[in-house]
Design a protein around this ligand. Structure first.
Ligand code: GLN
Length: 198
């Protein structure tokens, strides 16, 4: 299959569109003048240069990744260095270890973090906070919704933002993760950070 984006100057950012908040990510990318594509089948993958995994429900997304036959090809592309950005449930999907996951829940194991699902409390306990992000002034107004908490991070994980003592934005090589929802803040700066890596 031909990578249609190759050779053209415009990079295409795929947004995993199996479930969850993919529309909001597309909106931010559109505002940044970045071309996006909803990824639902393995046939969509050759057309993208990078992939965003949105927030939503990681258990459901895990099941849909398997039933859509997307899990293996995405895993291979991440291993080959495709930039990937997971937000909230998307971060859970990329983590090495999940605490309080469902027994059959799978993840890509692409970043050396241990995450605990829903660790900040239930839906009513969702909250917003200004977080200092490496290289960004002023602080980023972050929206946390049934957010996962990073309990541990490996030595190769770069911390880009913390909230209190918790790491909330981190990177390891081509993998960027946020425990909050940067697509809901009317602020494209974190998406810009990601797009710059492509
Ligand atoms: N709690 C959800 C999960 O475990 C993630 C929440 C979100 O993405 N807003 O998948």
């Amino acid at each position: 299959m031909v990578r249609v984006s190759q050779g053209s100057s415009k990079k295409v950012v795929g947004v995993l569109a199996l479930q969850g908040a993919f529309e909001s990510h597309k909106k931010v990318l559109n505002e940044l003048d970045v071309v996006s594509l909803e990824v639902r089948t393995p046939q969509d993958l050759p057309q993208v240069d990078a992939l965003i995994m949105p927030g939503g429900e990681s258990t459901t997304m895990s099941q849909l990744l398997e039933s859509s036959d997307l899990y293996e090809p995405i895993k291979k592309l991440i291993h080959e260095g495709m930039p990937v950005f997971g937000t909230c449930a998307g971060m859970i999907l990329l983590a090495k270890k999940i605490i309080d996951g469902r027994d059959d829940q799978i993840s890509f194991g692409a970043i050396e973090i241990e995450v605990q699902r829903n660790a900040y409390g239930r839906q009513v306990d969702s909250f917003e906070a200004d977080v200092e992000v490496e290289g960004l002034v002023p602080a980023f107004h972050a929206v946390f919704i049934r957010a996962p908490k990073i309990l541990q991070a490996g030595k190769d994980v770069e911390v880009l933002a913390s909230f209190g003592s918790d790491v909330v934005l981190a990177r390891q090589k081509n993998v960027l993760v946020a425990s909050f929802h940067p697509e809901l803040s009317q602020d494209g700066r974190i998406h810009e950070l990601f797009v710059k890596e492509i």
